[in-house]
Design a protein around this ligand. Sequence first.
Ligand SMILES: C[S@@+](CC[C@H](N)C(=O)[O-])C[C@H]1O[C@@H](n2cnc3c(N)ncnc32)[C@H](O)[C@@H]1O
Length: 439
Amino acid sequence: MSGTRSVDELLTERIGLDPGSVGSSLVARGLEARMSALGLNDRNEYERHLSGSGEEFQALVEEVVVPESWFFRDDRPFTFLQDQARSKWLIDPSRPPLRVLSLPCAGGEEPYSIAIALREAGLPPTRFRVDAVDLSARSLARARQAIYGRNAFRGSDLAFRSRYFKEQNDRYELDASVRNAVRLIQGNILDSRLLANEPTYDIVFCRNLLIYFTEAARARAWENLLRLLAESGLLFLGHAERLETAGVRLTAIGDKGTFAYQRVATSPPHVATSLPSPVRLKAIEPPPRVKPTPPQISISSRPTADRARPIDAEVRPMSRTTPVPGPAIDNGSATSTLLDQAAERADQGRYDEAVGLCEQAIRESGASARAFFLLGMARQAAGDRNAAEASFQKAVYLDAQHDEALLALALLAQRRGDEASALGYRRRAERARARKGVG
Ligand SMILES: C[S@@+](CC[C@H](N)C(=O)[O-])C[C@H]1O[C@@H](n2cnc3c(N)ncnc32)[C@H](O)[C@@H]1O
């Protein structure tokens, strides 16, 4: 019959699926399941029915999509997300709340991991929002229920599970405080009206979907992703999905294994007609380890009170080679000027200069928690975690209530696998924040 499309054609046209990418048996099995549910034996008859029924198309979609996902799938993107959240949103309360999009979100494992990572980074729930989109109603129902089996937890570090899930008979129910931070939405990445009334997103996760798409569908998806991504926003892709960065509006950022791209702020506003070339989106081997493009650290706007150090049993001894800083001395504007300049340099991604200015401020005006905290942030952004940790410890030595330095230490301890120290720092940060009436 004229006008009837084949199953493969409809799937490609409407949801971008390249049937070859999932193996012909997945689509064949899906087709068989649907025909048997409808009591049909004739494929042509089924295709006629499918062409005219949106409901049937959705039922077929549920059979052929790949809903595979798990919590903290590839840990590096989440570590990098935490660095970004801390260096931009945590430190600068005047910034509007961080907006993150997880597309596709499958059964909620990815957007909930994002929400947990942000909470662990110290961002209170009012400071971020995660929108999560998927085509599959079945997956979204799983996400809404938010009860997971063991298979949803495949990483080696599962400490987060006991903090955010309640276990019963090998099933893990997610805490409502994390669920409430995520808004679940049914939608198609190829739909040019998807989230059309929403402001753009600071961060977009689009992982493990484009690999299943035809090249033409990737170009359409790419168009939508750019529409949804804020100026200077970050896009996280899956490990098999790469952008060719030369000459495009996104640039690789972060360590190998992060698979993050930053939108170049100077690019002209996105015009809907400027369809990017599909060849720009292609699977290639991991990018060479580049010196990370500077995250836009904004550390100037939230000076922390510098105080002499109260007695605190948890502060670790300083290394012998590093002079223990004395109590905070405020030498007034000279220090502030140097530290303000350091913060400015860090904002511009000039970390070495920021480090130099902090060190100069400490040499000339004495140690202060703010100076060591800024130094820690700049060193961390420059990729020197050990030196960053030493600086944060000094900040805490000088101001035991320095919640941001405590959180930074918690994250660094966690990344080393030192859960006990991470928990200790996190608790201290929470107490300090409660005392200050923050989050
Ligand atoms: C392999 S999961 C990836 C989930 C998660 N991003 C991750 O990396 O773990 C792929 C998901 O893409 C969804 N999907 C397939 N086609 C889609 C489309 N056209 N628009 C939105 N979601 C789609 C499927 O329903 C499935 O849940």
